[in-house]
Design a protein around this ligand. Structure first.
Ligand code: C2E
Ligand code: CA
Ligand code: CA
Ligand code: CA
Length: 284
């Protein structure tokens, strides 16, 4: 929309209208989209920073909308959370991803079984079926719990009471890894980390971005260094996301981060892509 000049309000914003219509349209189309099989999952490899080997992948859901084409999760996950569809959709993503992990494991078992990371929305966390659904899905697929990592955002766990943490604790006891996603963007009390059943910190992309210049900003370096040493002191592994350049990867490796993810290694893609990457990796 054109700028109206001064502080004057634009009364009609055609783009905002279009957005609102689309939002409404998308919301009503969501439930049938699941039944019609319009969702699909892309996988982005997780790479060990020490030796460059592929250790697993994060599952990222997309919607192939019949009119609008491929929509990213930022367009529809908030709507699915609002309407409650996120529970069956999230369960579908988990089932598909775990089955995919099993298929990878059958074909490739290099530095250990390929692992699968799946995002969990806060609504799924408070849904009473979470633990049993997860157990059933793992059993049906023949995947052991330690090959699964559930990613929960830091903001979802800030101020979480024990009732909310209980299912996560049970999953962690079974051997499922819990990762704290987008770490560093919430305002969590670091001491609070001890209370959470997490085993992995996923450092937010903003930290990776600040490693763009070489040498990176000394204050940012100190912050990441501090987070890594705190994490390792608490026995947590550190994953970095949004790695786009070799310089960032090198800097983050030197800082002691364990695992990385980002366009530098591979964009999210179809499951066959991960298999290719893992195989190339295994054969040198
Ligand atoms: P996230 O969990 O933080 O996922 C990482 C996002 O960063 C993904 O965006 C990924 O495509 C993108 N990314 C990966 N490497 C790079 C890079 O090098 N540079 C840049 N600029 N971006 C990179 P995507 O796929 O659009 O997903 C957005 C968010 O949607 C995810 O953020 C996650 O919070 C949510 N999401 C995705 N799939 C699911 C799901 O199945 N369930 C739930 N509840 N949320 C999901
Ligand atoms: Ca994630
Ligand atoms: Ca584990
Ligand atoms: Ca993230």
């Amino acid at each position: 929309a054109k700028s109206a000049g001064g502080n004057r309000y634009e009364l009609a914003d055609p783009e905002a209208d279009a957005r609102a219509i689309t939002r409404h349209g998308l919301t009503t189309a969501l439930p049938t989209a699941l039944d019609r099989g319009e969702f699909f999952i892309e996988y982005q490899p997780l790479v060990h920073l020490g030796d460059g080997s592929v250790r697993g992948a994060e599952a990222l859901v997309r919607w192939l909308h019949p009119q609008h084409g491929v929509l990213g999760p930022d367009r529809f996950i908030p709507l699915a959370e609002h309407t409650g569809l996120i529970v069956p959709l999230g369960r579908w993503v988990l089932e598909q991803s775990v089955r995919q992990a099993r298929a990878w494991q059958e074909r490739y078992d290099g530095a250990g079984p390929l692992r699968i990371n799946v995002n969990l929305s806060p609504c799924q966390l408070s849904h009473p079926g979470l633990v049993q659904d997860t157990v059933d899905i793992l059993e049906r697929a023949g995947v052991t719990p330690d090959a699964l990592c559930l990613e929960v955002t830091e903001s979802a766990l800030i101020g979480a009471d024990d009732d909310l943490l209980k299912p996560l604790r049970r999953l962690a006891e079974m051997g499922v890894d819990i990762a704290l996603d987008d770490f560093g963007t919430g305002y969590s009390n670091l001491a609070n980390l001890r209370r959470l059943p997490v085993s992995i910190l996923k450092l937010d992309r903003s930290f990776t971005q600040s490693m763009q210049q070489f040498p990176a900003d000394p204050v940012d370096l100190k912050i990441v260094e501090g987070i890594v040493s705190l994490a390792h002191g608490l026995n947590l592994a550190v994953t970095v996301e949004g790695v786009e350049t070799g310089a960032q990867a090198e800097q983050l490796r030197i800082l002691g981060c364990d695992t990385a993810q980002g366009w530098y290694y591979a964009r999210p893609g179809p499951p066959e892509r991960l298999h290719e990457l893992a195989l190339v990796d295994a054969t040198g």
